[in-house]
Design a protein. Structure first.
Length: 368
């Protein structure tokens, strides 16, 4: 049977002295904690008879000393070091659990989201630079472009999307014409609906809606495909055998979107104009030949140049954003879904921001 720690009360001139002996450890305390709670006033606690002490014993000594205002004497170096450590831990203030209010929580979430968006933007810009460097390195080292992969992506990005882009653009053209006619009818200017449909479709909405649909369709597909390849370690395997993932995976996708966006934008603009023409023919009784003649007079050639300048930029942006988000996948399949969502949101946001910049820039050039 284990020998328990013992105690003794020794009267003295300055007050009673509590002498502890044996091993003051958790296994040897026994009823000592309850006994020390009921002892009388104590002036000193003598630990010279202690053979061993642990954290629980040190806490018991300090609790008893604090309750009676007693001084601890006779402690060995190890015991004194343990007593000092326990005393410091008791003196450290407990951390208060701060619960922010509604406005503070909102401000914190906005700040966190802003910082995350800035980091995302910096990452996309860096990845865009890496893509450009990979393209020129491939040209300088005279390595062939992977046209087979580019052609496959052109099929997925462009040809397979013709139906949905054409239908959406056709309906958007009808909506623009209908809403414009309702407002212009109040002033007897229904004929200017042709101006609204023609210029809005060629200059802005046709290409903008195409970029948004390509971002939702192809940008998300790029992120999901590359993210899955990261999880299955296909990217690492390509690096191991000396194949650059930028040249084999990223560049074909970016090139395909960049090449197809001007064609898809022009196709969407034509579908929107056709939709607007159908409404003008049915709703405003403007014959198709008259509609086409008015379009020839209204739409300046600069609008086509604006569309052709913006389209490759939007395409490159969508491709780079989708590939970047896919390359950031590290953990599990759930992150593939998050990165796919981020690819769509970031691409659409950046496309709209760039479109606003182009609108101000070309207006400053006088291309109105």
């Amino acid at each position: 049977m284990l020998a328990l720690a013992s105690h003794a009360i020794v009267p003295g001139d300055g007050g009673d002295e509590l002498r502890l002996s044996g091993r003051l450890t958790l296994a040897r305390l026994g009823e000592l904690p309850h006994i020390l709670e009921n002892v009388g006033p104590i002036a000193r606690i003598d630990l010279s008879g202690i053979e061993r002490i642990d954290t629980v014993g040190a806490w018991l000594v300090l609790r008893t000393a604090g309750a009676h205002g007693a001084h601890v004497t006779g402690a060995s170096k190890d015991a004194q070091r343990l007593l000092d450590a326990v005393r410091r831990s008791q003196q450290e203030p407990a951390a208060e659990h701060f619960v922010p209010g509604g406005w503070q929580r909102l401000a914190g979430e906005v700040g966190t989201g802003f910082i995350a968006a800035c980091r995302e933007l910096i990452g996309i810009i860096g990845f865009f630079g890496a893509t450009i460097m990979s393209f020129f390195r491939m040209l300088l080292e005279r390595r062939p472009v992977r046209w087979t992969a580019v052609t496959m992506r052109i099929q997925n990005v462009g040809i397979d999307a013709l139906a949905i882009i054409g239908l959406m653009s056709f309906l958007i053209g009808i909506v623009i014409a209908q809403q414009g006619a309702v407002q212009l009818e109040q002033f007897g200017l229904e004929v200017f609906t042709v101006n609204l449909v023609g210029r809005a479709s060629i200059r802005e909405l046709g290409l903008l809606m195409t970029a948004i649909m390509v971002a939702g369709r192809s940008g998300s597909a790029f992120a999901a495909q590359i993210g899955t390849m990261k999880l299955t370690e296909e990217i690492d395997a390509m690096r191991t055998i000396g194949v650059s993932p930028m040249e084999a995976i990223v560049l074909p996708r970016v090139m395909a979107v960049t090449l197809m966006m001007p064609l898809l934008g022009f196709y969407a603009s034509m579908c929107a104009i056709i939709g607007g023409g159908v409404f003008c023919w049915v709703g405003l009784e403007i014959p198709p030949l008259t509609y086409v003649e008015l379009l020839r007079q209204i739409i300046p050639f600069t609008d086509f140049w604006i569309m052709l300048i913006k389209a490759p930029v939007f395409g490159m942006l969508v491709g780079v954003t989708g590939c970047y988000e896919g390359m950031q996948v590290e953990k599990d399949a759930e992150e593939v879904g998050r990165r796919t969502t981020s690819a769509v949101v970031a691409a659409i946001f950046l496309v709209i921001v760039l479109d606003a910049f182009f609108a101000v820039f070309f207006s400053g050039l006088g291309w109105n």
